[in-house]
Design a protein around this ligand. Structure first.
Ligand SMILES: Cc1ncc(COP(=O)(O)O)c(C=O)c1O
Length: 383
């Protein structure tokens, strides 16, 4: 039997190589911007717990995706993935032209390549905050400046403030719609106004949570010349582990995005599963409907427990726990339910974000919530 990995022993290689004697202070230096970046470590999950801390689908992907996975051949694994035919399928599914759509390794890669393609020294990224963390992370690796536009305490989309912050330097405006962690939305007319007032900027509308909201501006792709839309398969579709996202935009803008996009960043397993996922609209509709029903029940439970919450259009809800937010998240974890402490987000002091799953799962969450609140209140710890 051939032993493919047996020949080159790491120990043998190490013997052949003499480490040059250089002062330890001499090391290859990263770019100054990278040095200044903060490390980002998402919290690790806990396999047995109910995971309501990442806004994922909490149940499963479509059974059709599982079937597609079982048909993966050895050839699919040995060959480099071919993205273009699947991009054509996705474009047709969304009523767009193939050249208007790029598949990416999650929306995170879409954000990354868009920023790489457009942001340079002297440019500004306009960011209504609080919002999704990765916009700032990827912007901080470029030479552009991030201009945060703080939402009012109601955490609604800061439309007027955003318009007022647009300058000739504004190069990208990133709007998550619905937004995370607030769950708030920007209206179509507001998005159109922002795009019209910033003709030199790319307006990114991140519709990661579209399936729970139902409103989109995807139909304006190619009509509004500076509008791009991102969608993910990580949320309602239940494919976060496959890392699949997409960016849609006018052909002339997508050309530049494609220059920096790796041709192979979407792997064969993801490409095989995607048409099957698109094919099962009934499953997607059922899951979104289940989440909306669970959300109503959960909101009623929050109200009954006198927990302040923000109105939400997504599969999560932001709640105000007060000074004991970290303790709350820890106790919920002990009760088997993971939630996300968002207290350090701008304007979110004391806040925790809770993903909405199925009604059954949220009943478990309600029990944990009530027990946790009772324990905190008994200890005089809650608001
Ligand atoms: C607004 C928003 N955009 C994008 C993402 C990431 O999507 P993906 O898993 O496709 O990278 C998230 C994940 O939480 C999100 O909240």
């Amino acid at each position: 039997m051939p032993r493919p990995f047996a020949s080159a022993s790491a120990t043998a290689a190490r013997k052949d190589y003499t480490v040059p004697e250089t002062p330890t202070a001499i090391r290859p230096a990263p770019r100054a911007r990278v040095k200044a970046m903060k490390e980002y470590h998402p919290p690790l999950g806990c396999r047995d717990a109910l995971r309501l801390d990442f806004n994922e689908n909490t149940l499963a992907c479509s059974p059709k995706v599982r079937e597609a996975l079982s048909r993966i051949s050895t050839g699919d694994l040995t060959r480099y993935p071919e993205r273009e035919p699947v991009e054509a399928t996705v474009a047709a599914h969304l009523g767009l032209a193939e050249a208007q759509v790029a598949l990416t390794n999650g929306v995170d890669e879409a954000i990354h390549v868009l920023f790489e393609a457009f942001l340079e020294d002297g440019d500004e990224l306009l960011l209504p905050v609080p919002t999704y963390t990765m916009y700032e992370v990827y912007a901080s690796a470029t030479d552009a400046r991030t201009v945060a536009v703080q939402a009012a305490p109601d955490l609604q989309f800061p439309f007027e403030r955003l318009l007022a912050a647009i300058t000739h330097r504004t190069k990208i405006i990133a709007i998550a719609n619905p937004n995370s962690p607030s769950g708030s939305v920007a209206a179509r007319a507001q998005i159109l106004e922002v795009a019209a007032r910033a003709p030199n900027a790319v307006v990114l509308i991140d519709e990661a949570y579209f399936h729970f909201h139902g409103e989109t501006v995807l139909d304006l792709i190619g009509i509004v010349p500076n509008l791009v839309v991102a969608r993910t398969f990580s949320k309602a579709y239940g494919l976060a582990g496959l890392r699949l996202g997409m960016l849609a935009g006018p052909v002339d803008l997508m050309r530049w995005v494609r220059r920096v996009l790796s041709p192979y960043s979407v792997n064969s397993l993801a490409l095989t599963c995607l048409p099957a996922a698109l094919d099962d609209q009934a499953y997607l509709d059922w899951y979104a409907g289940e989440v909306l029903a669970a959300r109503s029940e959960f909101e009623a439970a929050l109200d009954a427990a006198r927990v302040r919450r923000w109105p939400t259009h997504a599969n999560f809800v932001l709640v105000d726990i007060g000074p004991r937010h970290a303790e709350f998240a820890r106790r919920m974890r002990e009760a088997g339910v993971l939630v996300r402490d968002r207290s350090s987000d701008p304007g979110c002091d004391g806040c925790v974000r809770i993903t909405i799953g199925t009604r059954q799962q949220m009943r478990q969450a309600i029990t944990a919530l009530n027990e946790t609140l009772a324990a905190l209140r008994a200890a005089g710890e809650a608001q």
